[in-house]
Design a protein around this ligand. Structure first.
Ligand SMILES: *Cc1c(COP(=O)(O)O)cnc(C)c1O
Length: 652
């Protein structure tokens, strides 16, 4: 560690020799590293979204979008989708493959498919289908419901439909009819048991299917998404099962249907080496199947293209050590090197990128409702004469701190505070002395933190003291509903205030959600120095809203969410940004009302109104309220049922 790392800036040390700039904010929050040029900080200190238009770009301040949403009655929290970013990701993916194909003189084309499970929201899938049409970008379906989406939303016969997952005869029948209509709909076999059902249906309807086989790759993938990769994978055919499939197909005279090899080695693959290995192995299976008499023609490499949530470009599970161009080049080159020498025709390359397609286009926006800090209250001039000896010791510690003894003072303060808490526990001192001790200890810790910030080589054990003194910023959102992976698998998402970025953020904070569940907090933040427990934020002003954004949440977050504490879906807004920077509100959905979420768990709001009416009527009978008051109270009950499940700002 050279000079003072950035995180050592002391909480509350508002004054500093050098003025704070918007570039400092960009660096602190890493936006230029994870933002992929889609997000940045403008000169006014606002977070902006940048939409590319050829060589130009349109930049819009997120705060302006929040303002425009508010004018339309769409309050925080809200999921904001930028349609253009979805389009741009699809264009980038297809163009990058096209360039690699030219560069390596590859003799076939790329056909992407979007796996619907990654974001099933109608608007997202429609946008991908509509915009993707120019690239014949198709859809991957893992269930009957998703096949139905794909059949309805794709409108041309060049875009592929790839069906993974277990398929019953209804699923298969539907897919066969699609074949008959000329739709390139592939059934991917995950187990040999599916095959007899497909063969039977095919013979009964007289329609030949397009078939693929999913192999079980032996490549073990880095990153915590991929514990089940390699031989342990629960998906795909073993080599024995693969031979079983080939034998069955030959017997049914259907080996000509086998045209695709599918290999999905994992999601969020941080290391390009794993990807190359996976492709290499897939190519060997591909040529082996062709040698067995299958025509083949398509090589589907599944998902796995990562998103650099940390912006650190390394092989940690929230990052990646490669870019999109390198990914495409690695795939095209590896296939070409494996198959060209064998004289095997280059297959159509299919990938099923989900995360990398949709992550960028959505962000969660919310306001901060309240802040709890650990600042000590002002100390009295002196302790009362008869104060307990331990308390007097603590007082002396607070007086004695300097740059030499701060570490010792920290230990002493902790010790005396804990002793005093013991006395309180046993009833030997009162509440006021306990409160005084807690406050004195905080005063000591704050001074220690100041010393630590000024040291060139602070005591290592105290490096994270600001984490222990961190504020809690209460955000108007539910982690369980809107960021389920932050809770379930400790995923790191970039977080940043969307305004005031020209100001120095002076507080260290964790962000708690509105559920008041101890798991409902964001306490893992990416930074240039690795994952941090706290984030630096601005002091919340009394009368002003403070808005934060959680970025890159378009993949997997929107439908995994649950109704923890019955916080429902947030408002969702899709905007399309024009070249002149004007906003077009393409779609808007109002989030769940309390009635909605109650119905999800089988309550009947009508009956509940009736039940509450009875109680109110009884209160009138008992003389506790008047009949007129009853009317007011029942209206309040009804208004609450109709209201948003999140904290609503007063509108007077
Ligand atoms: C989940 C999944 C994907 C999507 O993977 P990403 O890493 O999000 O691109 C693709 N294919 C299959 C079979 C999947 O199960």
């Amino acid at each position: 560690m050279g000079k003072n790392p950035s995180f050592l800036t002391k909480p509350n040390s508002v004054e500093s020799a050098t003025p704070w700039t918007t570039e400092d904010s960009a660096q602190l929050y890493g936006v230029n590293d994870w933002g992929a040029d889609y997000f940045s900080v403008n000169e006014a200190g606002q977070a902006v979204v940048n939409v590319p238009f050829g060589e130009q770009k349109a930049s819009v301040a997120i705060l302006d979008i929040i303002q425009a949403m508010s004018e339309r009655g769409l309050e925080m929290p809200a999921m904001l989708r930028i349609e253009n970013l979805l389009d741009d990701r699809i264009a980038k993916l297809n163009n990058a493959f096209a360039e690699a194909i030219t560069a390596y003189d590859y003799q076939n084309v790329y056909r992407g498919v979007f796996p619907i499970k990654v974001n099933q929201q109608c608007h997202v899938v429609e946008e991908i289908a509509d915009y993707g049409r120019r690239f014949s970008h198709g859809l991957e379906a893992g269930s009957k419901a998703e096949l139905i989406i794909a059949l309805a939303k794709l409108q041309d016969n060049d875009s592929l439909i790839v069906c993974n997952g277990y398929k019953d005869s209804e699923f298969i029948e539907l897919g066969l009819y699609a074949r008959e209509m000329g739709i390139p709909c592939f059934f991917i076999l995950e187990t040999p048991a599916e095959l007899p059902i497909i063969i039977k249906a095919s013979q009964r309807l007289g329609i030949k299917p397009l078939l693929g086989v999913r192999i079980r790759s032996s490549v073990k993938v880095d990153g915590h998404w991929n514990a089940d990769s390699g031989d342990r994978s629960i998906f795909g055919l073993s080599t024995t099962a693969l031979f079983d499939v080939v034998t069955q197909l030959k017997a049914a005279d259907m080996i000509d249907c086998l045209q695709l090899l599918h290999c999905h080695i994992g999601s969020q693959i941080p290391n390009i080496r794993n990807i190359r290995n996976g492709v290499q192995e897939a190519c060997q299976f591909y040529s082996g199947l062709q040698a067995e008499g299958a025509p083949m023609g398509y090589l589907d490499l599944g998902g796995g293209l990562a998103v650099d949530y940390e912006g650190t470009r390394n092989i940690s599970s929230n990052s990646m050590n490669y870019g999109l161009d390198e990914y495409c080049a690695a795939i095209v080159e590896t296939i070409s090197e494996a198959l060209t020498p064998k004289g095997i025709a280059h297959p159509v390359i299919v990938t099923e990128s989900g995360r990398a397609t949709v992550a960028y286009s959505s962000m969660l926006l919310f306001n901060i409702l309240d802040v709890r800090n650990h600042d000590p209250a002002p100390l009295p001039d002196a302790l009362p004469e008869d104060s307990h000896e331990l308390l007097q010791n603590l007082w002396l510690v607070n007086d004695a701190i300097n740059s030499q003894n701060y570490q010792e003072c920290f230990h002493d303060a902790e010790y005396y505070r804990d002793q005093i808490r013991q006395l309180f526990l046993h009833g030997q001192i009162g509440l006021s002395e306990r409160a005084c001790a807690d406050n004195l200890a905080l005063a000591v810790f704050e001074k220690v933190a100041k010393e630590v910030a000024q040291q060139n080589r602070p005591a290592p054990e105290l490096l994270d003291i600001h984490e222990q003194l961190a504020d809690v910023y209460y955000g108007n959102f539910s982690l369980f509903q809107s960021l389920p992976d932050a809770w379930a698998i400790d995923q790191v998402f970039p977080v940043m205030p969307v305004h005031r970025l020209e100001e120095r953020p002076t507080r260290h904070a964790v962000i708690a959600d509105i559920t008041c569940d101890c798991d409902g907090q964001i306490n893992r933040f990416a930074s240039v120095d690795g994952i941090k427990k706290t984030i630096r934020l601005h002091e919340k002003q009394e009368q002003e809203d403070y808005y934060l954004g959680v970025f890159l949440v378009g993949a997997y977050q929107e439908t995994l969410g649950d109704l923890h504490n019955l916080f429902g879906d947030t408002n969702v807004v899709s905007v399309h940004i024009s070249e002149d920077g004007s906003l077009n509100f393409a779609r808007e959905f109002h989030g769940d009302s309390i009635s909605d979420v109650l119905s999800y768990v089988e309550y009947d709001p009508k009956i509940m109104q009736e039940e509450f009416r009875k109680r109110a009527e009884a209160a009138v009978k008992q003389g506790k309220i008047t009949a007129v008051k009853r009317k007011t109270i029942l209206k309040a009950f009804k208004d609450s049922l109709d209201g948003y499940t999140y904290f609503e700002s007063e509108t007077l």
